[in-house]
Design a protein around this ligand. Structure first.
Ligand code: ZN
Length: 301
C-alpha cells in the first residue's frame, strides 16, 4: 500500500532514497544494536528491456519497478524487483511468470500459478511480529490475525507470535515475519509475494510512516492489506491505479490478466477492496471481493 503521491515526485524520492542509504551506511557502523532497524535496501541499476517485459507479466508497471538488494533476517542478501509495496526475488521471476506463457492452455496456466504463485492451502502458518511493543501495535496485529482467520475463513489459519528482536526471531519457527524498519520511498510497507507454495516470507512496515499508523485501526488496515500480498493477492485496481489518482492503464500490463483469481472482480479497476494500490488509511476491513478472492484461491472452511 502506497501513500498518495504525485508522479513527478518519484524521481526525487528515488534520489532521496540513495542519500538516505548512504547516510544509513554510516550509521550501521556507529550503532550496531540498531542495525536491524536501519534501511537495508540498496538500489541497483535499472531494468533491462527483457526484465521490463518480464515484470509486466506480474502486473508490475515496468517504468515504476526498481531493482534493489535487501538483507533478510537470516543475514542473506538477495536482489529483488520492487513495485509499489511488493517485492519479488530476481531469482524467482522466471518461475513466477511461467503461467503467462501464451502457448499454455487456461488449465496449464492455472496449474502453474498454483505451483509457483500461491501458498499451500489446508494448513496453519506462523506469523511472527518483531518489535511490536506499544499496546495498540499488538492489538492491531491480533486484529489482523483474528480477521484473517474468522472473516476470510479460507482453509488457511494463522498463528501469532511476538518477539522483541532479531535474535529471538532467529530462534522462532516462522513462515512469515513482520518487522518495522526504515524504508525508502513514500510507502507504508513492503511485502514479499508467495513462491513455490510458501507465503511471502516478510512484511516490513515503514518506520518513517508510523505517524500515519499510530492508531490500532490504521495499522490494522495496513497489516490486512500486506498479509494478502503474502498470499498472492494483487492490487484491486492494478490495471488503472485509480486509487493513486492516475486512472490510466499502462499498455504494457493491459493484456496481462495478473495472477488469475477465482470468484473475484477481475477488472483491475475495483475500489471496493482492502487491496487498493494507494489511499488514505481509514481503517477499512476485508470487503466482499477480498473474501471472495481469498476463498477462490484457498477454499472456504
Ligand atoms: Zn499493496
Amino acid at each position: 500500500m502506497k501513500v498518495l503521491k504525485k508522479k513527478s515526485e518519484t524521481n526525487i524520492v528515488h534520489s532521496l532514497k540513495i542519500i538516505v542509504f548512504i547516510v544509513s551506511m554510516g550509521l550501521l557502523f556507529s550503532c550496531e544494536t540498531e542495525e536491524f532497524s536501519q534501511q537495508e535496501e540498496i538500489p541497483l541499476s535499472g531494468l533491462t528491456k527483457q526484465e521490463q517485459i518480464d515484470v509486466a507479466k506480474l502486473g508490475f508497471r515496468p517504468g515504476e519497478t526498481e531493482k534493489i538488494k535487501v538483507k533478510g533476517a537470516d543475514g542473506v542478501t538477495k536482489d529483488y524487483y520492487l513495485y509499489s509495496d511488493m517485492k519479488v526475488p530476481v531469482s524467482a521471476l522466471k518461475d513466477l511468470i511461467a503461467y503467462a506463457d501464451e502457448s499454455l492452455s487456461k488449465d496449464e496456466s492455472f496449474k502453474l500459478t498454483r505451483t509457483y504463485n500461491t501458498a499451500a492451502g489446508n494448513r496453519r502458518y506462523n506469523v511472527v511480529f518483531v518489535g511490536f511493543e506499544p499496546g495498540f501495535q499488538r492489538q492491531a496485529a491480533g486484529d489482523m490475525i483474528w480477521l484473517f482467520n474468522n472473516v476470510l475463513r479460507t482453509t488457511i489459519r494463522l498463528d501469532i507470535k511476538f518477539v522483541n528482536n532479531q535474535q529471538q526471531l532467529e530462534n522462532t519457527p516462522r513462515d512469515i515475519y513482520i518487522d518495522i524498519r526504515n524504508l525508502g520511498g513514500d510507502i507504508f510497507a513492503i511485502s514479499d509475494v508467495p513462491f513455490r507454495s510458501k507465503p511471502g516470507e516478510r512484511i516490513s512496515i515503514n518506520r518513517k510512516k508510523m505517524n500515519k499508523m499510530s492508531t490500532r485501526a490504521n495499522l490494522r488496515e495496513v497489516l490486512m492489506h500486506e498479509i494478502l500480498h503474502t498470499f498472492g493477492m494483487n492490487h484491486s485496481d492494478w490495471r488503472t491505479n485509480r486509487s493513486c489518482g492516475v486512472n490510466i492503464a499502462d499498455p504494457s500490463i493491459e493484456t496481462i490478466g495478473a495472477v488469475p483469481i477465482g470468484g473475484a472482480n477481475a477488472s483491475g479497476n475495483n475500489l471496493d477492496s482492502i487491496m487498493l494500490a494507494c489511499g488514505e488509511l481509514v481503517g477499512r476491513g476485508f470487503m466482499p471481493d477480498d473474501i471472495a478472492s481469498m476463498r477462490g484461491v484457498y477454499g472456504f472452511k
